[in-house]
Design a protein around this ligand. Structure first.
Ligand SMILES: *[C@@H]1O[C@H](CO)[C@@H](O)[C@H](O)[C@H]1NC(C)=O
Ligand SMILES: *[C@@H]1O[C@H](CO)[C@@H](O)[C@H](O)[C@H]1NC(C)=O
Length: 317
């Protein structure tokens, strides 16, 4: 079981820390982006640095005096990922080669404009998603031909077990979501299978015979792996002979059915999304946490899984 924490420190918290940093600036110490505690430990950096990143990461400069030994890198900023831009959106990933400590969980952010579709594909790993802006339409079909077609809004979550074929389509002008995969090596060859990739690499004569259609039907198949395709919204209803995935079999989790809980310590709110509240999500569990200004998620660890935390500056739904 992989654990994910989606958290948000509300705006007042960032304002408070900005004021504190401003007050202490000017002394040539950590808050000025220098590895120096002002008491004889450390010295300024004279070159070969990115001062803006140093300013954002005073703990990397040694501010945390209780650190001991070699501290491995435990964080990755999506801003350091290469963004793949496409007509209809973009995607940027964090995989094990970006953050070696995250060997069994990988992440991505994806944006879809209205109507644009992440093409039909599936993975040899499970996919977990969290909508943090806009709304989307997910469609999926499992190996038994059972399907799901669901509209998800901000705060909603989905889970596609490995092998379940799926698409994601944007419904608002702009839509964005976090994707989590239960394998850190998500870019390994053979992890994702795009149906279009197969179709474009198959002779049209074979496709025509296979589907019982004229070859011309396959004349405008997009180039291999278009990844995101611009499209228009369609009002047709989806049907399938083997039925819809509903109830505990559903790949969709709706935040409106599970309000954020107030925690006993009163420092924020919490919503646990694990297999007791979202039964299909067998390999990825999540907590959605909002921290009030000064709120602290108490000292804890996860003996049975490696956690990954995604921070959003937006209040969570
Ligand atoms: C789709 O299904 C809904 C609910 O059954 C129905 O109200 C609607 O008319 C259907 N739309 C189309 C285009 O068939
Ligand atoms: C659905 O899953 C929950 C949690 O695992 C369980 O308590 C409940 O009995 C299940 N419902 C059905 C209809 O199987």
């Amino acid at each position: 079981m992989k654990l994910l924490q989606v958290s948000s420190a509300i705006l007042a918290a960032s304002c408070a820390s900005a004021t504190a940093i401003k007050r202490r600036q000017g002394g040539g110490g950590f808050e000025d982006g220098q590895p120096s505690d002002g008491n004889g430990k450390g010295a300024p950096i004279l070159g070969g640095t990115n001062h803006q990143i140093d300013l954002q990461n005073p703990d990397n400069l040694g501010r945390q005096s209780t650190d001991a030994g070699v501290v491995p890198n435990l964080k990755w900023s999506f801003s350091d990922s290469r963004t793949r831009i496409l007509t209809g959106g973009w995607v940027r990933e964090q995989v094990v080669t970006d953050l070696p400590s995250s060997h069994d969980i990988a992440g991505a952010q994806q944006h879809l404009t209205k109507g644009s579709i992440r093409e039909l594909h599936w993975h040899r790993v499970a996919e977990w998603g969290y909508v943090y802006a806009g709304s989307i339409l997910i469609s999926a079909v499992n190996e038994d031909g059972q399907f799901e077609y669901a509209k998800l809004e901000e705060g909603d979550i989905w889970y596609f077990p490995k092998g379940a074929a799926h698409t994601v389509q944007g419904l608002e002008d702009d839509n964005e979501f976090l994707l989590i995969f239960d394998d850190g090596n998500f870019d390994a060859v053979g992890t994702t299978f795009n149906v279009d990739d197969w179709i474009t690499h198959t002779p049209k004569s074979v496709l025509a015979k296979n589907f019982g259609l004229p070859e011309s039907v396959f004349g405008s198949v997009p180039s291999p792996n278009p990844y995101i395709l611009p499209a228009t919204l369609d009002a047709h209803n989806v049907t399938g002979g083997n039925g819809q995935l509903r109830g505990n079999a559903s790949y969709a989790y709706y935040a409106k059915d599970h309000p954020l809980e107030t925690v006993p310590g009163e420092g924020g709110t919490l919503r646990i999304v694990d297999s007791t509240t979202f039964p299909v999500a067998k390999t990825i569990a999540a907590t959605v946490v909002t921290l009030s200004p000064g709120g602290l998620r108490e000292l804890h660890w996860h003996p049975n899984g490696s956690p990954l935390r995604f921070q959003t500056p937006k209040p969570l739904v």
